[in-house]
Design a protein around this ligand. Structure first.
Ligand code: ATP
Ligand code: MG
Length: 254
């Protein structure tokens, strides 16, 4: 296959599990012997902190790559068997800086064009539809949308799908396809089950069979700078994320 599979973890709604999914799937794929580059594209830098790094003391990483200050190969770190482009301190003002440039939706796509030494690029997006998210959507081949099985989840989702459709039209790309990851699922909650049925009915095979359950260890792991596989390898969380990674690989082969 030509070039890596580039996947953006995206949902404008905040706190739905984008960073948690991006990190644990990146580590899970690494455990399954895939070469992965993971990019923290959110100025909140949660993924960077979850890896045990401090965005404030890092020399510029993805921010410096985006502005052209640093070539990508120089900014990448090797961590946990993965290649990592953390969020540097310049990411917060990057959106305003990029706004002045022309063709500013294509910058990340350009920067990733030379990346050939990994099979997967995982991009953690901020909870907004700004220029960073647009760059990620233009650069990626697939959007993974973490979705909690709650009342308003589907509403936010239709806005995201409209954005993907707009990008298809305006950026002259084929546009990414998308998949839904049901996350923070609690089988005891009746509403969770009802919404899950609705989501599967509406999005069919785009919804992963693997479901990420609500699991306290998943929430605790980042404060130790660890993925779920290091923090609690026998937890439901580790089991669910590994299932999901295996499903990703099966779909790719099939
Ligand atoms: N399966 C899970 N079980 C329990 N807690 C979870 C699970 N997945 C995520 N969380 C917790 O939910 C919160 C939000 O998750 P996360 O930071 O991944 O969301 P996000 O979409 O990246 O947020 P933001 O929009 O702010 O970037 C975090 O505290 C995280 O630890
Ligand atoms: Mg996040």
């Amino acid at each position: 296959m030509a070039g890596p599979d580039i996947i953006a973890f995206c949902n404008q709604k905040g706190g739905v599990g984008k960073t948690t999914c991006a990190l644990n799937i990146a580590v899970g794929l690494t455990l399954l012997r895939k070469k992965v580059l993971v990019i923290d594209f959110d100025p909140q830098a949660h993924l960077t902190y979850s890896l045990g790094l401090d965005a404030n003391t890092l020399p510029g990483a993805i921010d410096a790559v985006m502005t052209g200050e640093k070539p990508l190969a120089e900014a990448v770190l090797d961590l946990k068997g993965m290649r990592v482009l953390p969020a540097g301190p310049g990411l917060a003002k990057l959106e305003t800086e990029l706004a002045a440039r022309s063709e500013n939706e294509f910058i990340l796509k350009d920067r990733l064009a030379g990346v050939t030494d990994v099979s997967y690029v995982i991009i953690d997006c901020p909870p907004s539809a700004g220029l960073l998210t647009v760059n990620a959507l233009v650069a990626c081949r697939e959007v993974f949308i973490p979705l909690q099985m709650e009342f308003l989840a589907l509403k936010g989702m239709s806005r995201l799908l409209t954005l993907i459709e707009d990008i298809r039209k305006s950026c002259r790309t084929d546009g990414p396809s998308y998949r839904v990851i049901p996350t923070r699922y609690d089988a005891r909650k009746r509403l969770n089950n009802a919404i899950m049925d609705k989501v599967r009915e509406r999005f069919g095979p785009r919804v992963f069979r693997a479901v990420i359950r609500e699991n306290i260890a998943v929430a605790e792991a980042p404060s130790f700078g660890q993925s779920i596989f290091e923090y609690a390898p026998r937890s439901h969380g580790a089991e669910d994320y590994l299932d999901l990674c295996r499903e990703m690989l099966r779909r790719r082969q099939g």
